[in-house]
Design a protein around this ligand. Structure first.
Ligand code: PRX
Length: 631
């Protein structure tokens, strides 16, 4: 399904102005290209003081009819998904739209047979196997709300997410393969389920074939689908019905279950997919993210499939069997658009260039990055060695909350500028604010990023906590959406995202709130208190530095360090493990008892010559002690 394409810088400028002045007619003209069961009554209604945003109200649809059924006539035999297994010696799968439609329908019928109904929440804790996409779409088919939990999360993190959304069903696998590691997902899920009273059944896909404990509520996937019918009628959904919940870390407290709805999300992800990557019929597109994150939801599953594209799903890791795996996959599947994270680029750039050069990458047309600012060195390496100087790089800035890309160049169409995400997407109105919340009107500026008016895929709420949604995103600057990032703007209106302005640290592209990590560390019996900050890291972008106070009766041993790290792994997952843990006698605090993280951040990054004003500290002496023993 081809949406109107922007194909020159002039086109972009014209469409951009039009979209901001006439958002309703602009987005209606895009939405018309989709299959609706009933047309909308109004395109946009919003009030960001409440806050409330509604797109295509009155419209009825099912997103899977747009992702699957509508393609059957014209491209039923075209490959929808190329699935590349962890082990390159195993066979890749080429799943056509017809076959995907069949598998999704079959599994949707399985869900129904376990009494899953429209609006019920289903938790999906699965690795990057084809059935993960099947599960996601099967939920959407019957109007169940999927909540995908990244399969690297711990049992505690999984339980918290299942309980927050009162999920009815859990979908998982016996184990998962990543490189030469097997993770026992079913065991982790079993541990979580001890604390999840709402789960009625667990459907388990057999991937690794290892032994698993079997309970009365467990069902094998292959047995469940045996007698399921190949056809399942799509549930009729309102445009503003919930499509999915996806959790993201906040700077405080528990993870936020961002709620995305059907109509606007579908329109925006397809439109940005086609325009940012300049996808053309017949191209093979690969996004290396995991479907456990928003990038996978929007740009592996929904955006590409509703566009009728061929999308690649990769089960493994970039380092297995060697650091040339990504490029081997690009060659093998003749990938035309490749989308990854700066942290992956930095990790791969550390290895011999021959690992790139031995692969034929001549099919590549567009390269993309997402998740964190891309540094100049990584940008140059990606451009020179992977793109051979011929592929535009789209540096796409967006968030779990935004559902789709908000700032990016359009590949080969609008001008790129290295390390800049560049220009806002059509329909997106970023502004920069000063410390007092006033808009900075000069072209060249640095400030806090905010967005002025709604785009169709903005998350509508935090599941079960609309107040928190308002507090986090709409309270700092009245009437504006506050994403939590700082940015620079150059004289041509290009934006460069400079990083978070809150206590969220982006580690290897993963958005981690420091508060939950501190809570995990504090749960250790030896720990009185801790503070976690980010520091710059060559490969990960940022890594975590934890300052920890121990009770007197405990000695600072290597063993203790390990058990503290394990605590974080158990509570959140291995991605949140601090790289450095320094034991300290106390933490620098203000008189009101607030930890001065600004100082700790500077010490962690070795910027100790100018620590700024420390006079308001309750205990200024501790600063020198921490500096002397820094790691
Ligand atoms: O700080 C920004 C950073 O990642 C945050 C959003 O993280 P998450 O919700 O996990 O979504 C990541 C994938 C969309 C943002 O607030 N970020 C994301 N993309 C970029 C970026 N920072 C700079 N440049 C980017 N291209």
């Amino acid at each position: 399904m081809n949406l109107p394409k922007i194909s020159t810088q002039k086109d972009y400028e014209k469409a951009y102005l039009y979209s901001l002045e006439n958002p309703e007619s602009f987005w209606a003209s895009i939405a018309e290209h989709f299959v609706w069961k009933r047309k909308w009554d109004s395109v946009l209604e919003y009030n960001w003081l409440k806050p409330e945003t509604k797109w295509f109200e009155g419209g009825k649809l099912n997103i899977t009819e747009n992702c699957l059924d509508r393609h059957l006539k014209t491209k039923g035999d075209q490959v929808a998904i190329i699935w590349e297994p962890n082990d390159p010696k195993d066979e890749a799968l080429h799943i056509t739209y017809k076959e995907l439609h069949r598998r999704v329908s079959k599994f949707a019928n399985v869900l129904k047979s376990y009494n899953v109904e429209k609006g019920d929440r289903v938790c999906i804790y699965m690795p990057m196997i084809l059935e993960l996409t099947v599960a996601v779409l099967a939920c959407a088919r019957i109007g169940a709300v999927h909540s995908v939990v990244f399969a690297g999360f711990s049992s505690k993190a999984l339980a918290a997410r299942i309980n927050d959304a009162s999920c009815k069903l859990l979908l998982t696998t016996d184990g998962s393969y990543r490189g030469n590691k097997i993770t026992p997902l079913k065991d982790i899920a079993d541990e979580a389920l001890k604390f999840c009273p709402t789960i009625e059944k667990t459907i388990v896909y057999k991937r690794t074939g290892q032994d698993v404990n079997w309970g009365g509520n467990d069902v094998w996937w292959h047995e469940a689908i045996k007698n399921a019918d190949d056809f399942c009628k799509a549930e009729v959904m309102e445009a503003e019905d919930m499509l999915f919940i996806l959790y993201t870390s906040g700077s405080t407290g528990k993870p936020k279950g961002m709620v995305h709805t059907c109509g606007g999300y579908m329109v925006y992800t397809a439109y940005t997919f086609q325009n940012v990557f300049q996808y053309e019929e017949g191209d093979v597109y690969w996004c290396s993210a995991d479907i456990g994150w928003i990038t996978g939801h929007s740009y592996i599953v929904y955006g590409p499939l509703s566009s009728g594209a061929t999308t690649v799903m990769f089960e493994g890791v970039p380092s297995y069997p060697d650091y040339g795996r990504f490029w081997g996959i690009c060659e093998k599947h003749k990938v035309n658009q490749f989308y990854t994270a700066p942290t992956a680029i930095r990790a791969l750039a550390k290895h011999p260039i021959d690992l790139v050069n031995k692969h034929d990458l001549s099919q590549l047309k567009t390269l993309g990055t997402v998740g964190e600012p891309i540094n100049e060195e990584a940008w140059r390496w990606y451009n020179k060695h992977v793109g051979k100087g011929n592929c535009p790089i789209v540096d796409t800035w967006w968030q779990t909350e935004t559902g789709g890309i908000l700032i990016s160049s359009l590949a080969g169409v609008t001008r790129q500028k290295k390390t800049y995400a560049t220009l806002p997407m059509i329909g997106v109105s970023p502004i920069l604010l000063d410390n007092k919340g006033g808009e900075i009107k000069t072209k060249e500026a640095e400030g806090i990023l905010a967005i002025k008016q709604p785009w169709p895929s903005i998350a509508r709420t935090i599941y079960g906590n609309h107040k928190r949604y308002k507090d986090v995103y709409f309270t700092a600057y009245e009437g504006l959406y506050f994403p939590g990032d700082g940015a620079l703007r150059d004289e041509n209106g290009n934006y460069r995202i400079t990083g978070r302005v809150d206590d969220v640290v982006i580690v290897s592209g993963h958005n981690l709130g420091t508060a939950p990590i501190e809570n995990a560390i504090n749960e250790h019996e030896a720990v009185v208190e801790s503070a976690v900050v980010g520091f710059q890291h060559d490969v990960k972008g940022n890594a975590l530095y934890a300052y920890v106070i121990l009770y007197d009766r405990f000695d600072a041993s290597e063993n203790l360090l390990q058990t503290i790290r394990n605590k974080v792994t158990e509570t959140i997952g291995p991605i949140a493990k601090p790289d450095k843990i320094q034991f300290v006698s106390s933490l620098p605090k203000t008189r009101s008892g607030k930890i001065m993280r600004r100082i700790l951040r500077k010490i962690a990054t070795n910027e100790i010559s100018n620590l700024g004003d420390t006079s308001t500290l309750l205990n200024p002496d501790v600063v020198q002690e921490i500096i002397d023993k820094r790691l």
